[in-house]
Structure formats: C-alpha cells, structure tokens
Design a protein around this ligand. Structure first.
Ligand code: HEM
Length: 410
C-alpha cells in the first residue's frame, strides 16, 4: 500500500477521517475541500490517491505516463481482463470487439426502433395511475431492457437485470481498505459473486448456442468478430467485459434519465421549456450528466514512471482514482456547479471520462436517455415531483437517485 506524509501533517488530518459511508451518502462536501486543499491526495479509506479537479482528472486520463488499472474492489468483482483495467493489445482487442455495435452510423440504424417501443411499453403500464416511481418503473427498466435486448438477453427479465447491476455495483464500490491494505468488508463481495454465478448460468447456454450459430446479438459478435474462421473468443476472456456491461452500461443510462429529471424538477421554468421544446432534451441530459455524474468515481489509472502532477510526486506504479463527478463540480470551470442549469455555457464535462479508456457507449447512451425522456414528457407533460419526501441520491463510485416519486393529473 502507498502511504504519504500528506495525510499525517495536521492540516491534512481531515482526509484520514473521510469515511466510505460519508462518501456514499454525499461525496460533494469532502470533495469540495479536496479540490480546494488537496486536489491530488492519498485518501486512506480508499487506499489510493484520488484526483478531484477537472484539470488533474483530464491530465491523468490522457497522459502517456499513465495507463489504466482496475480498482482493487473492481478487480475482485469483475476478474481479469475487464476492458476498463487492461492496456496494450488486450485493450485494443476488447475495444475493437465492443466498438462496432456502438458506432454512430450503426446506432442510428436501430436505436429508435429499439428504445422507443420499450419506453412506450413501460409508460403505458403506469400512465393511467397518476403516480409512479420513475427510477424503478421507468428509468432503470428502459435502460436495462434496451441494452439487454441488444446483447441478446431477451429471456432475462428486466427485474433480474436490475438486480444484477445493483449487486455488481455494490460489490465493485465496496472500496474501503484497512491500514494494512486489506479489504475492510470482505463480505461485501458475496453479492457480486452470487450475481456472477447467476449471470454465467444464464449466459453460458446462449454462448454455447452462438458459437454454433452466430446471431445478430452483441455478445455473439463479441465471440466471432475479428477471429479466424472456425475460432471464437474464449468465454472466460469476454466475461469480465460482459460484467462491465451488466453493471455500468445497464445502470448508468437509468441513473442519467432520473438525475436529469431531478435537475429539471429543481428548475420548474426550465422543465416547462423542455416540455414545450423537446429539442432541448439533449442539452438537459448533458447538464444532468455534469450535475450528477452517473459514473462518479469508478475508474483509475496507474503511473508507469515517476511523475509529478499538481506538485505531488508520484512514484511509478501509483494508482490514482479519477473522480469525474467531482471534476464536473469544479468551480474553476463551472459557475455555481451545484445548480442544475441548462442555460449555462455548454462547456465540455468529464461524465464519460477521457483518453483512450473514455466511455465506448457515449453515443448510444445519450440516445437512450434522449428517447426515454422524449417519450415520458410527451406522454405525461404535466409530470410533478411528489414533494412529500426529499429525493435521496446514493453512491460514490456510481451515483443517482434511489427513487423519484412523481404524480400527474389523469
Ligand atoms: C449515461 C450513461 C453512461 C455514462 C455516464 C458512462 C460513463 C463512463 C465512464 C466515466 C467510463 C470510464 C472512462 C474513463 O475511465 O475515463 C466509461 C467506460 C466505459 N463505458 Fe460507459 N457510460 C455510460 C453508458 C455506457 C453504455 C450504455 C455502454 C455500452 C453500451 C458503455 C460502455 C462503456 C465501456 C465499454 C467502457 C470502458 C471503456 C474502456 O475502458 O476502454 N457505457 N463509461
């Protein structure tokens, strides 16, 4: 484990008091101070350096002196070789495996036909009720059903896909470390293990079938594309990247839809404008991604050589967690960053990461969120937040509202 005198000097002692529970409930307070006082700092509870400003996150994500590494809890959950934690030829192969289905020209061909009927189906199920929980009845189901169908998992229910991403997500972010560099809560990985076993039991027979009879599903393409005739990629080689999909790619468009709506509810005039002019939805989604970044702090890089960043000397082989959700609240870049505001200058944000490991699904994810919100706001333009409870957000690695009760006149 790496240690540093920074955390033991008196003015940095507060960093050693940061807890996982605090970060999961609300990371913004601790990170606001990190950005101000220690934008690249060793955070003991995470057992890692953390980058919290936009400049430092971008510099590290795009620097030739760093390469990707999976966090310890992430590696424990996904195994090797997950696309987010590999480099060189293996990364090129995995990236080349997932990218063809996610190219804009490809996505444009089918995304509307895939997502719109799914969004309509879920809306029809609650439209007459006058109330719904947008997270569990709409945002998450639309997100998982769209990607599930794309992957070839039509027979896995949306509820099961939602359960899997929840289990994998909690396991992946079970990041607390002891002073000895051990996992503080090893039992927290059990639910991830359970999910992985269930996933393999469901996906193995499909892989058996697609090896014999290639199909128009993403996973079938992953097995066959770019391989010599008669050969397929080994299933153990692609499973860790299947888990990356079944966690992040399943969960995050749902987080993004719900967070964007919470943001719009906080600015009723902007909500009205978006309802009246749906062409503003992409702008609303982009601000939602900045305001509450779904992948708040889940990926990392490791220094390949000794390097000095923002005045901090890092030896070779030092992992740094990139907290993009914090970078997107950097007051050096955004005025009043805690406010959701579709009128702010459309500055770039880091919600999809940066460098050669930036999100491969940006184009697809943005369309899923746009189509879902177009359908919802067209079907129910008089949507109101049920203000009898506050909206609770949860998560440090992945972040979004845990529920979003809404009402409307029927
Ligand atoms: C709103 C939804 C989403 C957000 C906010 C998001 C964000 C991110 C972020 C921050 C990363 C890490 C980037 C880095 O380390 O610099 C990432 C990686 C990745 N994302 Fe997404 N993502 C979303 C949805 C999706 C979807 C739907 C897919 C696939 C269909 C996808 C595929 C991937 C892949 C394959 C990687 C790993 C890339 C690599 O390591 O080379 N993402 N995403």
């Amino acid at each position: 484990m790496t240690t540093t005198s920074e955390t033991t000097t008196p003015d940095r002692a507060w960093i050693a008091d940061i807890t996982m529970t605090e970060l999961e409930r609300n990371p913004y307070q601790a990170y606001e101070r990190l950005r101000r006082e220690a934008p690249l700092a060793f955070v003991p509870v995470l057992g890692s350096y953390v980058a919290s400003t936009a400049d430092i996150c971008r510099e590290i994500a795009t620097s030739p002196d760093f390469e990707a590494v999976i966090t310890p809890a992430g590696g424990r959950t996904f195994g090797h070789p997950a696309i987010i934690g590999v480099n060189g030829d293996i990364h090129s192969d995995l990236r080349g495996m997932v990218e063809p289905q996610l190219q804009p020209v490809e996505v444009d061909r089918w995304v509307d036909d895939l997502v719109r009927p799914i969004a309509r189906r879920y809306i029809e199920a609650f439209e007459a009720d006058g109330h719904a929980d947008i997270v569990t009845q709409f945002a998450e189901p639309v997100s998982v059903r769209s990607l599930g169908d794309l992957l070839g998992l039509q027979d896995v229910s949306s509820d099961k896909l939602r359960q899997w991403f929840g289990q994998l997500s909690r396991s992946f972010t079970n990041a607390a470390m002891t002073e000895d560099g051990e996992f503080a809560n090893p039992d927290g990985f059990v639910e991830g293990d359970v999910a992985r076993a269930e996933i393999q039991a469901a996906v193995d027979p499909l892989i058996d079938k697609w090896i014999e009879e290639p199909a128009e599903t993403a996973i079938s393409h992953w097995l066959h594309d770019g391989m010599p005739p008669g050969k397929t990629r080994d299933r153990q080689y692609i499973y860790p990247t299947i888990y990356v999909y079944l966690l992040g790619a399943m969960q995050e468009p749902g987080h993004g839809i719900a967070s964007t709506l919470v943001g719009l509810f906080s600015e009723p005039e902007q909500m009205e404008e978006v309802v009246d002019d749906p062409t503003l939805i992409p702008r609303a989604v982009s601000e939602g991604m900045r305001w509450t970044s779904p992948i708040w702090s889940a990926t990392a890089r490791i220094s390949k050589v000794p390097v000095t960043i923002a005045g901090v000397d890092l030896p070779a082989n030092t992992p740094v967690i990139l907290s993009y959700g914090s970078a997107n609240h950097d007051t050096g870049v955004y005025d009043a960053p805690t406010r959701y505001d579709i009128k702010r200058p459309p500055l770039p944000h880091l919600a999809f990461g940066a460098g050669n490991h930036a999100c491969a699904g940006i184009y697809y994810a943005n369309h899923v969120m746009r189509i879902a919100l177009e359908e919802l706001l067209e079907a129910i333009p008089n949507l109101e937040r049920n203000t009898s409870t506050d909206v609770e957000f949860w998560g440090w690695g992945f972040r979004g509202p845990t529920s979003l009760p809404v009402t409307w006149e029927v």
